[in-house]
Design a protein. Structure first.
Length: 279
């Protein structure tokens, strides 16, 4: 059950970002700046293809933290990894583990895990394969999820001092995902996405579980809390990065509760030269 829940959360994350970036037809025809909501989503789709292709390249540090909590929300165990990351197509590199310099073995293991994730989720070529453009995870998965959410354009708000279109994504209960567990979770999600008014990049996203999802009437377990927040930072034209990601999950499997909190924070942005990716 625990492994199924982890797979469900992974699929859920793919669904949210795929839909937010790629959209679907049927959005409310409310007009803003002379554009319909559907046109805004389509421009967001096109803008996503330009991400990281701008004239300027930046390097920065990304610190990913994972806190395991007890049933009362107290921290039981803390872990963190710090990476050197880039806005072009280079792989991020592990620098620190729990505040200390990463060992050679840890860096190698992280590199191999990253390669496997890229092959599995981004269809990245294996070493020795002919060089080809990598297919985007969002593009590969959008067909699985695009009918699950119904978007609604609700207005314009400020995000980091910039105007952004606000779109609510409502689950469509008539559409059934092949995974019953994922489908039940999606049916209880409330999601809002902010799209930059000028460059049509995703500037912010938030989602939460409206009510707990039980399995076998609660005997097998329950997902009690899902809260996810993402904020992207604009560094230059067509160069946006995830500045902050927060996630909180509260899951019960049988009689044991698993509660954990994750955070990713990107800092220390500096201009650098573009390089060809190593993998």
């Amino acid at each position: 059950m625990r492994s199924k829940i982890k797979l469900s959360v992974t699929a859920l994350g793919q669904a949210l970002f795929a839909y937010a970036l790629l959209g679907q037809s049927g959005i409310a025809a409310e007009k803003t700046d002379g554009l319909t909501g559907e046109q805004i989503i389509e421009r967001t789709h096109e803008a996503s293809k330009r991400t990281g292709q701008g004239d300027e390249v930046f390097k920065f540090y990304r610190k990913a933290s994972f806190d395991e909590l007890d049933a009362k929300g107290n921290v039981v165990e803390k872990n963190s990894k710090t990476y050197r990351a880039y806005t072009d197509d280079r792989d991020q590199k592990l620098r620190k583990v729990n505040g200390r310099p990463a060992s050679k073995r840890e860096r190698y293991r992280e590199y191999k895990k990253h390669q496997e994730r890229q092959r599995r989720y981004l269809n990245k070529r294996k070493e020795g394969d002919p060089k080809k453009q990598n297919e985007n995870l969002l593009t590969r998965n959008v067909d699985l999820f695009e009918e699950k959410f119904t978007p609604k354009l609700v207005g314009i708000e400020k995000v980091n001092g910039r105007d952004a279109f606000v779109i609510d994504l409502k689950p469509n209960p008539k559409h059934k995902h092949e995974s019953r567990m994922v489908n039940r979770i999606m049916d209880q999600l409330e999601t809002r996405v902010w799209i930059d008014r000028e460059e049509f990049q995703i500037s912010q996203l938030s989602t939460k579980l409206l009510k707990p999802v039980n399995f076998l009437g609660g005997l097998a377990g329950a997902i009690k809390t899902i809260n996810i927040g993402v904020t992207q930072k604009r560094l230059a034209k067509d160069t946006w990065v995830d500045e902050k990601v927060n996630a909180h999950f509260d899951v019960r499997v049988a009689w044991k509760t698993y509660q954990f909190r994750m955070e990713s924070l990107s800092t220390d942005f500096e201009r650098t030269e573009r390089e060809e990716p190593e993998s």
